[in-house]
Design a protein around this ligand. Sequence first.
Ligand code: NAD
Length: 417
Amino acid sequence: MVVDIISPYTVAVAQFDEAAERLGLSQSMRNVLRAPKRELIVNFPVRLDNGDVQMFTGYRVQHNINRGPAKGGIRFSPEVSLDEVRALAMWMTWKCAVVDIPFGGAKGGVICDPHQMSRGELERMSRRYATEISILMGPNSDIPAPDMNTNPQVMAWMMDTYSMHQGYSVPAAITGKPLAIGGSEGRLDATARGVQVVTKAAMRHLGMSPESSSVVIQGFGNVGGITARLLHEMGCKVVGLSDISGGIYNPLGIDIPTAMRFSREHGSLRGMPGTEPVTNRELLELPCDILIPAALENQLTKDNADRVQARLVVEAANGPTTNEADRILNGNGVMIVPDILANAGGVTVSYFEWVQDLQHFFWSETEINQRLETIMSRSFNAVLEKATNQETNMRMGAYLLAVSRVAEATELRGIYP
Ligand code: NAD
């Protein structure tokens, strides 16, 4: 069987090219905005618990920093590649622009399997990676955050490492930290809360009510798990869930607090009583009204897009839909809330965390959630209006808004020297 290998960066550039064409950007501007500004590859040693030394490879890519310091998460996964990190960095540029927060785009990652590493090994690897990329990091230059397989503890180790180099604490150098060391209220839930806000807005637009809507979510981590909980609390019926071990299905609805407990106790959702097992592939084709990919890239492709039954797809993950799948879904009348809008809640509260750290003045959770809701609703409405006025879909609407903002900043700043 021939398996298509889809390069996330090719997907990202094709999306940009289409927006640039519609915006009538000059060839010079297109050349500037297509290319990542900086790409750092680091190979570094980590001592394992058995005394051996293993070399790891990591990346940090800054795509564009014309609207502010570089911002973007760190991913630990065996599948991390420069191509993937490049794509994710470009998407961060557009994401920060679409919600209009003053950051540029970046992303980082280390090729590793954190599930096979001890806590000590993970700490030593995180600290050494932070040291390696510290030539880029800083509260005014490049501010990492969590992504797949990284969490507040990893952010704490990285913040401490960066601070040790400086000789004093620099909490604003990284976001997604634990509360006790300058983290923000609401950060853990932020991406999912943003997904909830845009899902609600899209449902309103489509005339759907929570009580009569069924939901399938791929990925049960920080984003997928909390999104499931919030939509369940809103009254939606979550009928399908999955993690890396596979999916579970119950057309009558899955009790999310029970699923969370089960997943915590058993390490995965597999075998949860009262549900039937499905593969991650089957999961995406289950009968439902709303489909939320919240795991990884390239899940909806030309091979399965036609079989998606949902009428609303909310991209909580980055890059879950290939360009061909996007065309098929649009052709079938499916509304897609694109990743650069749908999952921007995380970077928005990261922005709040950075602002609070810089001011040494902290806000309440209520205040943070209200500010987040304001930004996400405003951005959803702006994208919908752009898409409607330009007679295009939500993804192109989001790109038109984002790319024009970054192009304007780039034009105003000019080219140095
Ligand atoms: P996470 O590590 O907390 O959870 C990832 C989930 O996906 C886990 O349940 C894992 O089992 C599952 N998964 C991994 N590989 C899979 C596979 N091959 N098939 C099915 N499921 C698989 O990560 P997260 O932070 O929830 O991130 C999920 C997605 O959301 C990523 O695309 C990430 O870039 C995006 N995102 C995260 C944030 C954030 O704040 N954490 C912000 C914006 C976007």
